[in-house]
Design a protein around this ligand. Structure first.
Ligand SMILES: [Zn+2]
Ligand SMILES: [Zn+2]
Length: 477
């Protein structure tokens, strides 16, 4: 088996940093070695097949983005990144594992949806991938299939309190699924927004002529997120099912999570880069020469961007520091403006929901280290180690330790990244992050011991990535 030595760097974990060389044999890490050690021979750099010089750089476990939607049918179109283009873009940005959502919509069968997702991903991914299962129709058949999901390495499933007729589950359905999940040890993921009430608000706004993207944010008011988050937490409390709330954007929803956690509940929350940096006023309300007030469509996603005046963004950073929120995923769900977002010109309700960020999560969160929002260790924790533990992959993923997969990123803190649609690798005709400057750079990326990105060159190939069978959550209290 070929050996690789990453030498001279600072290894950063969720608990600290050490000067150490990382030795990889084939696909696995076999050891962290003190620089200059001769324990494996007189000179490791001479005996290793490949030597990567990481002097002056951080050596971190590859990023894990636990919330992506590649090739997702939505709103009469389909998310513009395929598994091939999306996972390659992820690799460019230092992410070596994604967990995507297999879809069951209301009225279809869970195993059919799951099989479809295996077919889409198999042989096409640049990096390793797992699945959560969206259950959009809680009935006898889907409940009966839940134990099989666990057996197949899909230990988490998602329900929606929004999107009636497509994905929506009512409280009774949520209760039944949670009872089953509690029995199986499955993690329940929740899209927590009061969809039926939001749909009424959205219709009232549209009927009164308020049709621009800005009103997407008004219709999906924070009260609707706080209320649904609270309701999900109470159903979780009643059933004993661990709960993970996806894409938290309202500070009031964070307060609900914090209260439940203080009570000792297994309740967790993720936020996304867009809720840390972007806002209702600046992005959803944006006007451009090209698109007029439809410019804001680029940032239509659910939950929506929140008002900066109300302080949601600052609160998300704080919650990441205090562990009221545990991790950051992207909710990567890209749509082009031309031919896709355009479907909602004149009616914000028809704009496909989603933002593409899978390539930029590591950099955008590293910028939080630069600005003092997060420590270096917390950066690794919220982008890799906690996702691995939360979703049953820790040991294999999320850590640089003997026996772990050789998923490694060499990150240059003195590098620089300018984000633009002209240079990104996602299949999108615009960037939600156009012009963002990040003080840091992904230099080299290894996926199971193979160098797939190296200083501006892509060396991987389609089909490198394998399906990861996940175990139960390793994060529960
Ligand atoms: Zn969602
Ligand atoms: Zn999502």
């Amino acid at each position: 088996m070929a050996t690789t030595l990453i030498t001279g760097g600072t290894v950063v974990s969720s608990t600290g940093r050490t000067e150490a060389d990382v030795l990889i044999d084939g696909e696995k890490i076999v050891g962290l070695v003190a620089p200059g050690s001769t324990v494996f021979g007189s000179d490791l750099t001479a005996s290793a097949d490949t030597v990567i010089d990481a002097t002056g750089k951080y050596v971190i476990p590859g990023g894990i983005d636990a919330h992506t939607h590649f090739e997702l049918p939505f709103g009469g179109t389909e998310a513009s990144d395929s598994f091939e283009s999306g996972t390659r873009a992820a690799a460019w940005g230092g992410t070596t594992t994604v967990v995507d959502f297999a879809v069951q919509t209301t009225g279809t069968a869970v195993p059919d949806g799951l099989q479809k997702w295996h077919d889409k991903a198999s042989g096409n991914c640049a990096i390793d991938y797992g699945f959560h299962q969206i259950i959009g129709g809680v009935d006898e058949a889907s409940l009966a299939y839940m134990p099989k999901l666990v057996d197949e390495g899909i230990s988490s499933y998602k329900m929606f309190m929004a999107y009636p007729g497509v994905f929506y589950s009512d409280d009774g359905q949520i209760l039944r699924a949670m009872q089953k999940a509690a029995e199986l040890g499955m993690l329940t993921m929740m899209h927590a927004e009061n969809g039926p009430a939001i749909d009424v608000l959205a219709a009232q706004l549209a009927e009164s002529g308020k049709t621009s993207p800005y009103f997407h944010g008004i219709a999906r008011a924070w009260q609707m997120e706080e209320e649904a988050t609270h309701r999900a937490i109470m159903l979780s409390h009643l059933t004993g099912a661990p709960l993970y709330v996806v894409h938290v954007s309202a500070k009031q929803a964070v307060e609900q999570l914090a209260m439940a956690r203080d009570r000792g509940q297994n309740v967790f929350g993720e936020t996304c880069p867009q809720y840390l940096y972007l806002s209702l006023e600046e992005q959803l309300g944006a006007v451009s020469e090209e698109w007029g007030d439809f410019e804001g469509a680029k940032w239509v996603c659910s939950t929506p961007l929140r008002s900066r005046e109300e302080g949601h963004q600052d609160h998300m950073w704080q919650a990441l520091r205090t562990n009221d929120l545990q991790m950051v995923s992207t909710d990567h769900c890209p749509f082009c403006m031309k031919g896709q977002k355009e479907l909602g010109k004149g009616d914000f309700r028809k704009i496909p929901n989603g933002i593409g960020s899978v390539e930029h999560r590591m950099d955008l969160l590293y910028q939080g280290v630069v600005t003092g929002q997060l420590t270096l260790e917390r950066w690794v924790e919220v982008t890799s180690t906690t996702p691995a533990r939360m979703f049953g992959m820790y040991g294999k993923k999320g850590v640089l330790a003997p026996g772990a997969d050789g998923d490694v990123v060499v990150y240059d803190p003195d590098g620089h990244t300018t984000i633009s649609a002209d240079t990104h690798h996602m299949n999108m005709d615009h960037s939600a992050w156009e012009g963002f400057e990040v003080d840091g750079h992904v230099d080299t990326v290894l996926s199971r011991g193979k160098v797939i990105v190296d200083r501006g060159a892509y060396l991987g190939s389609k089909g490198d990535g394998r399906f990861v069978k996940r175990g139960l959550s390793q994060y529960l209290v």
